[in-house]
Design a protein around this ligand. Structure first.
Ligand code: FBP
Length: 259
């Protein structure tokens, strides 16, 4: 029986993670305002909002992680400045992440990029190292680059999910296809790997986002690993509460993958 390395991040097999590595990925002007530019406010939202975990890069973790909820440290990252085929290289070791208190590590793979091979092999080494130390390796798998036409099609999202299984990820973070039927194919393709939806830019209304979340959970996902749709909200704790209700109560036992 496979060891459940994701256990620290699960409540009844479901999960809600708060991501905050956008300062590196997008830059502080694109996503942040006066309030959420301060990592301390995000740490507070994560614990008061009863998230199952928070995702930081190592620098933010070192200064702001307060140990109140489990930590995932992203081990690679890139800025939005270079153009061309995307590549994100490792800049933090599993050992360093653990020394900061991480109970899991994250790594982004741009599936389909001209540099895909470098990221696949780097993730392979990280996955082995993480597993030796008993930590889950969580793969953000984003199909991206000139070979990818539509990064939210049923086929490509399922491909991302399946790649996570083949590579030995404990969980994959993938984009939503837009409806539960097509997303449930990705969940099936992941074949037991925990599936998390990546949030994306803030949806036009709270209801729009909550509808996506219901669809994702109905499709059989484990949960969400989102950032902007929570901490860009005028009331992040209220949004967290609404998400919790959908993930842990409303959709429980109603997923298409329920036995
Ligand atoms: P969001 O919910 O804000 O989209 O965060 C999820 C995430 O995966 C972050 O961890 C990461 O910084 C960002 O999306 C990457 O976004 P992009 O799709 O622009 O590469």
């Amino acid at each position: 029986m496979k060891q459940e390395r994701m256990a620290p991040f699960l409540t009844d097999g479901r999960s809600m993670l708060l991501a905050y590595d956008q300062g590196l990925e997008h830059g502080p002007s694109a996503d942040f305002n006066d309030r959420n530019i301060d990592p301390a406010t995000i740490m507070e939202t994560a614990s008061k909002g009863k998230f199952n975990g928070v995702v930081f890069q190592k620098g933010v973790a070192e200064r702001y992680y307060d140990g109140k909820i489990p930590l995932i440290v992203k081990l690679n990252g890139k800025t939005s400045l270079p153009k061309g085929e995307p590549i994100s290289k490792q800049e933090c070791s599993v050992e360093q992440a653990m020394s900061l208190g991480a109970k899991g590590v994250g790594y982004t793979i741009y599936l389909g990029s001209g540099f895909e091979a470098e990221m696949l092999s780097e993730f392979g080494r990280i996955q082995e190292d993480a597993h030796k130390r008993g930590l889950p390796a969580i793969a953000w798998i984003y199909p991206r680059g000139s070979a990818v036409q539509n990064d939210t099609s049923k086929e490509i999202v399922a491909y991302a999910a399946r790649a996570g299984l083949e590579l030995g990820a404990d969980a994959v973070k993938i984009k939503y296809t837009g409806d539960p039927t097509t997303f449930s194919w990705a969940v099936r393709a992941a074949a037991g790997v925990k599936v998390f939806m990546s949030g994306g830019p803030k949806a036009p209304t709270d209801e729009d986002f909550l509808t996506q979340v219901r669809g994702v959970m109905e499709a059989g996902a484990t949960g969400l690993a989102v950032g902007r749709n929570v901490w860009q909200n005028d009331d992040p704790l209220r949004m967290a509460e609404r998400l919790r209700r959908i993930i842990f109560e409303e959709t429980k036992g109603k997923s298409r993958q329920s036995k």
